[in-house]
Design a protein around this ligand. Structure first.
Ligand code: SAH
Length: 191
């Protein structure tokens, strides 16, 4: 096991948790939160895949049968991807402010944010989670544990984004349609 890289990944998980705890203090619950049972299950799956499994991997050898050799330079690249994802997670929280919510919902005083990192992508927070999954794969050289976070978050994304965008479109109408036309979903400059 490439222990230092796993440790770096787990430190990243702790920093992400800290960012979440600090930033989510702004959260105001809406009257009509909408979350499907499928989405809740997928979020639980993501939590296990991105946080619990890597901890098990870090402290126990039970999943070591799925280890494979990964060149060091890829893991070093993974550190850069992890740092980028943590920066983007924090920055998207800062830019979204109290419009953030852990589930898809519209708050009474919600505004459409199109500034900061939202100028470049519509879902920077989800981009941050996809980058986090990529970093996990690059830092943990194990087929089972390394790529499980990215796959689990891709499923969350696939289930969550269509209703979230429909909600935004219903609330902000033409403004959201224009924003959607100009700005890509998770990659900058890709519509
Ligand atoms: N999908 C966004 C936000 C995730 S937080 C991202 O990845 O960065 C989820 C909440 O953010 C949703 O309930 C939605 O109401 C809100 N939201 C999403 N995009 C927004 C935007 N551009 N402006 C304001 N609120 C937004």
């Amino acid at each position: 096991m490439e222990r230092p890289f796993v440790v770096i990944y787990l430190v990243g998980v702790c920093i992400a948790g800290l960012i979440r705890v600090i930033q989510s203090r702004k959260y105001q619950r809406s009257e009509k939160p909408q979350v499907s049972v499928l989405e809740l299950w997928l979020m639980l799956l993501w939590l296990i895949a991105s946080q619990i499994l890597p901890m098990v991997y870090g402290f126990r050898a039970i999943v070591s049968f799925a280890n494979y050799p990964l060149p060091h330079f890829l893991s070093i690249l993974g550190i850069g991807v992890l740092v980028l994802s943590l920066w983007l997670l924090r920055q998207s929280h800062v830019d979204l402010g109290q419009n953030w919510s852990p589930i898809a919902e519209i708050q009474a005083d919600q505004v459409l944010v199109t500034q900061g990192v939202y100028r470049y992508v519509r879902h920077p927070m989800y981009s941050a989670h996809l980058l986090w999954g990529l970093a996990q794969g690059l830092l943990i050289a194990n087929w089972l544990v390394g790529w499980s976070g990215l796959i689990a978050f891709a499923l969350v994304y696939w289930v969550r984004v269509p209703p979230e965008e429909a909600m935004m479109q219903e609330r902000f109408g033409q403004d959201y349609l224009e924003y959607k036309q100009d700005v890509g979903a998770v990659l900058p400059f890709v519509g």
